[in-house]
Design a protein around this ligand. Structure first.
Ligand SMILES: Cc1cc2nc3c(=O)[nH]c(=O)nc-3n(C[C@H](O)[C@H](O)[C@H](O)COP(=O)(O)O)c2cc1C
Length: 245
């Protein structure tokens, strides 16, 4: 195996950070690596906000469901889907950008995610740790106001970055056969793959919860999928100018 593959396969989310700041050179390398991700038609329909201010991080931690590591990490990156700049570019040429289509919403969201994941891998290669924060969408309107987001920009997720102060267990993934389909999609192995994963993750679940919880992955997912989450998202996105057609 080569080093990049070893690095990718060694990923684990970090939720406890040292207060050590990140060297500017490293931060620049992380962000530049994010920028070099593939981007739909070179649209680069995303922006990232770096939050280092202690008070701002504290408020964001609260808005994201009291996730303390947002406060602890030296920098909290907020990855945003961004059609605002493309709208401005269109205006420069006297045309109106079709920013409210589902397609452009997907493009901007995917662009943000690809850039973020490139940045995450770059950070990990430099000895830093990361955790994505979907909790940023819990109270998204307040986050948007706090970060002064204009229309046509929305935070897809946050990301804590910093030097790790923990070495968590690696979280096992589904068997490859569950996610890889040869030639066409197959559903016949779905249940056996879920059973296999429940079995292989049993030990991890027990170790992670120090022997308390022994709920399987499928049980956890069933519970999670049973209730709708963040129902405010649709109206928020429409208010921001996305997804109207
Ligand atoms: C889009 C996204 C949002 C996430 N949001 C959170 C979050 O709000 N809080 C958290 O502690 N972890 C969050 N995570 C981390 C996942 O829980 C984690 O990646 C997953 O359980 C797999 O574990 P691993 O990253 O350690 O391999 C998020 C991950 C992704 C990709």
């Amino acid at each position: 195996m080569n080093d990049p593959i070893r690095l990718l396969q060694n990923h684990r989310s970090i939720r406890k950070f040292l207060t050590t700041p990140i060297e500017q050179e490293k931060l620049d390398a992380i962000l530049h690596s994010g920028q070099m991700a593939s981007t739909s038609s070179n649209m680069q329909a995303y922006s990232v906000i770096g939050v280092t201010d202690a008070e701002l991080k504290k408020r964001l931690a609260l808005l994201c469901g009291n996730q303390a590591y947002i406060e602890q990490c030296p920098i909290f990156l907020v990855w945003c889907a961004d059609l605002h700049r493309l709208s401005a570019a269109s205006e420069m040429h006297g045309t109106e950008a079709q920013t409210d289509t589902t397609e452009h919403f997907i493009i901007a969201t995917v662009d943000a995610a690809l850039a973020a994941q490139n940045a995450a891998v770059a950070a990990e290669s430099l000895g830093l740790g990361i955790v994505y924060i979907g909790g940023i969408r819990n109270r998204i309107a307040e986050v948007a106001e706090l970060l002064k987001l204009p229309v046509l920009v929305y935070p897809v997720f946050g990301m804590c970055v910093g030097y790790p102060d923990q070495t968590p267990l690696m979280r096992p993934r589904l068997p490859l056969a569950a996610i890889f389909h040869q030639e066409t999609y197959h559903t016949d192995n779905e249940l056996s793959a879920i059973n296999e994963y429940d079995e292989t993750t049993r030990e991890y679940m027990l170790a992670r919860s120090e022997g308390r919880a022994n709920r399987s992955w499928s049980e956890q997912m069933a519970e999670r999928m049973a209730s709708p989450s963040r129902l405010h998202m649709q109206s928020f996105l429409m208010k921001q100018g996305f997804l109207r057609k």
